[in-house]
Design a protein around this ligand. Structure first.
Ligand code: HEM
Length: 343
């Protein structure tokens, strides 16, 4: 029997209004790392440690791959006709497969050049970079969706032309010596950037509490029985801030993803995209975008705080996802580029 937190139905909204972060309140020291509570009328199990999270997502992933039906998401998704909030079903499976295949085929679009130009055009005034970054990232995803139908034909044609007329490669080879644009194959040569990206996703998970899962069958977590229909909340914030696994968890320290030999490591308690049947379908695209956008921007641009400005507030705002609060930056071309941005 799981420990129940409180006798009365519990409302996370009350805590939100009180200005507290619901995901940090779910790490209830008093009730342990696995407990149950009523969220309104819904009996809900809260998972705060990685072993139990791996049980829910991976070892018994199929048992817990359901999604609850919720009024707001049903309205937004016309009764769960999307991927994220749709219950486990053949339709959900085929949607996932379709989306996943389109990403692997066409995930190499680049919108970073125009983003760098847009950022640089703001000059040395302090400005909020998030609208430009959001637009550029969204463009990549939209391009993928629009190009899905004719993408294969275009990809094959482009590749074929270079095979027939090899000199078509010359302009891109020349630019390599001027300022070679970063490409995905550079990832293995830039291990520290990968660690920085991982640390960013650890310290501020986009989804501090995963999208709720539902038990599709009677099952168990940590030896406790869980009956069919129970909602399960995996608290990724707690897992990514567990002091037994992460030394000084509130400190931004990318070195934690390197071992003593300087090799990259991915601990089993690092799960930014979830895992198992409901793992983020955009993981490969997101990793590709994060790497290409960050490496290309850092290669060309120096970012700093406007003079006298305080450091950005790292609290964030919790909506569907955890968003950073607005902040201002000053951009300048990287030293050695002579004010020129290579496109
Ligand atoms: C840094 C970027 C991202 C992070 C950290 C992230 C993380 C996550 C997490 C934690 C989940 C929930 C897993 C679960 O419920 O167990 C999820 C689900 C999902 N993500 Fe992402 N995500 C990212 C980017 C993206 C992108 C770019 C796309 C699509 C273009 C995407 C599409 C989805 C979808 C469709 C689901 C629902 C999957 C399902 O329920 O079957 N995500 N993501």
């Amino acid at each position: 029997m799981l420990h129940k937190a409180g006798k009365r139905p519990y409302s996370l909204l009350c805590y939100k209004r009180a200005g507290k972060r619901p995901y940090s309140l779910l790490c209830y020291k008093k009730y342990g790392s696995l407990f149950a509570l009523y969220l309104g009328p819904h009996y809900t199990v809260v998972v705060n440690n990685h072993q139990h999270a791996r049980e829910v997502l991976l070892q018994r992933g199929r048992d817990f791959a359901g999604r609850p039906s919720m009024v707001t998401t049903d309205l937004l998704t016309r009764g769960g006709k999307d991927i994220a909030f749709s219950d486990y079903s053949p339709l959900w499976k085929s949607h996932r497969r379709l989306v996943h295949n389109s990403f692997t085929l066409l995930g190499r679009e680049r919108a970073v050049d125009s983003l760098c130009v847009e950022l640089m055009s703001a000059g040395c005034r302090g400005f909020d970079p998030s609208p430009a970054v959001t637009r550029a990232v969204t463009n990549v995803v939209c391009q993928l969706l629009i190009q899905y139908n004719n993408g294969i034909v275009q990809t094959i044609t482009r590749g074929g032309l270079v095979d027939i007329f090899p000199w078509m490669k010359v302009p891109s080879l020349t630019s390599i010596w001027v300022l070679r644009p970063v490409c995905m194959s550079d990832r293995s040569r830039l291990p520290y950037l990968d660690c920085v990206i991982n640390e960013g996703m650890r310290i501020r998970p986009v989804s501090p509490v995963l999208i709720p899962h539902t038990a599709m069958t009677d099952s168990s977590i940590g030896g406790h029985s869980v009956s069919r229909g129970t909602r399960v909340l995996v608290n990724m914030w707690a897992i990514h801030h567990e002091p037994r696994h992460w030394d000084k968890p509130d400190l931004f320290n990318p070195d934690r993803f390197l071992d003593n030999q300087g090799q990259r490591v991915t601990p089993s308690y690092f799960l930014p995209f979830g895992a198992g049947p409901r793992v983020c379908v955009g993981e490969s695209l997101a990793r590709l975008e994060l790497f290409l956008f960050l490496s290309s921007m850092l290669q060309r641009i120096s970012f700093s705080l406007p003079e006298g400005a305080p450091p950005p507030n790292l609290q964030g705002r919790l909506g569907v996802v955890l968003q950073p609060l607005p902040y201002k930056v000053v951009v300048a071309p990287r030293a050695g580029l002579g004010g020129r941005i290579q496109l």
